[in-house]
Design a protein around this ligand. Structure first.
Ligand code: GLP
Length: 238
């Protein structure tokens, strides 16, 4: 695991976007795995700039997002489809038909999502954030390392932390559809970003902790091509 320590989230976004841009130039038909949350917003802003100012070409890439809230329509302002459109897809020359996000509505056969990823040739580069409790995607502590895409229950701490985005408590989703840990580990390369002191404990378990399902992120120690970009605050327990 390569660890890159940066000053702050802004610099993390620049470093991550530079890596992603390099990979796109090397392989214009790259399959990217994408993440939501506040952490990768600066990465997406930098990628938008690279597209608009330096002609970075997204026209032939394919993307698969990690997760979506159960029950939210793609048009809901808190859905991850809405987030991706607002923060990235609406501002770059991507073919939206080649952007995939698990459906939070059609829950018949979530594992079909893994088949779609496989049919596209697998994920070349997977971008990840990190939950305070060590979750990746929405794979909460206790999730099996063998998990594939599935409907998952959110931890109480995740529900509470997400409640700030919804106007009433009742609206906060308690479940999501998430790529599983095995789905994520199948990616050829992983790039995880974590910034802020509230991520320090999870970063410790990610880099130095025992590999245990109690800290889902710890599975990444077993991946042969992982880079993590963390700021000084998130690195404080290493
Ligand atoms: C959510 C997402 C994760 C994300 C995490 C951290 O739970 N499902 O993919 O990594 O939040 O969010 P933030 O980057 O806002 O701290």
């Amino acid at each position: 695991m390569e660890v890159i320590i940066v000053k702050d989230n802004q610099e993390a976004g620049t470093v991550a976007a530079n890596i992603i841009a390099e990979r796109i130039k090397q392989n214009p038909k790259i399959v990217l795995g994408l993440a939501t949350g506040s952490t990768p917003i600066t990465t997406y802003q930098t990628l938008v700039k690279k597209c608009q100012e330096d002609n970075l070409d997204f026209s032939r890439i394919t993307t698969f997002n990690l997760d979506e809230y159960k029950g939210l329509l793609p048009t809901h302002e808190q859905s991850y489809r809405y987030f991706m459109n607002q923060n990235l897809f609406d501002h770059i020359n991507i073919n939206k038909a080649q952007t995939f996000i698990p459906s939070g509505i059609d829950l018949q056969d979530p594992e079909q999502y893994d088949n779609s990823i496989e049919s596209a040739g697998g994920i070349d580069l997977q971008l990840l954030g990190l939950g305070v409790n060590g979750h990746v995607g929405f794979n909460e502590p206790g999730t099996s390392f063998d998990s594939k895409t599935a409907v998952v229950d959110l931890a109480q701490s995740t529900i509470s932390s997400n409640s700030r985005f919804f106007s009433t408590k009742e609206e906060v989703p308690t479940q999501a559809v998430s790529m599983g840990l095995a789905s994520i580990m199948n990616a050829k390369e992983i790039l995880l970003i974590a910034t802020g002191s509230n991520k320090a404990e999870a970063v410790y378990h990610l880099v130095k902790g025992k590999v245990t399902e109690q800290w889902p992120c710890s599975i990444l120690q077993k991946h042969s091509n992982t880079t993590i970009i963390i700021d000084k605050k998130a690195a404080s327990l290493l």
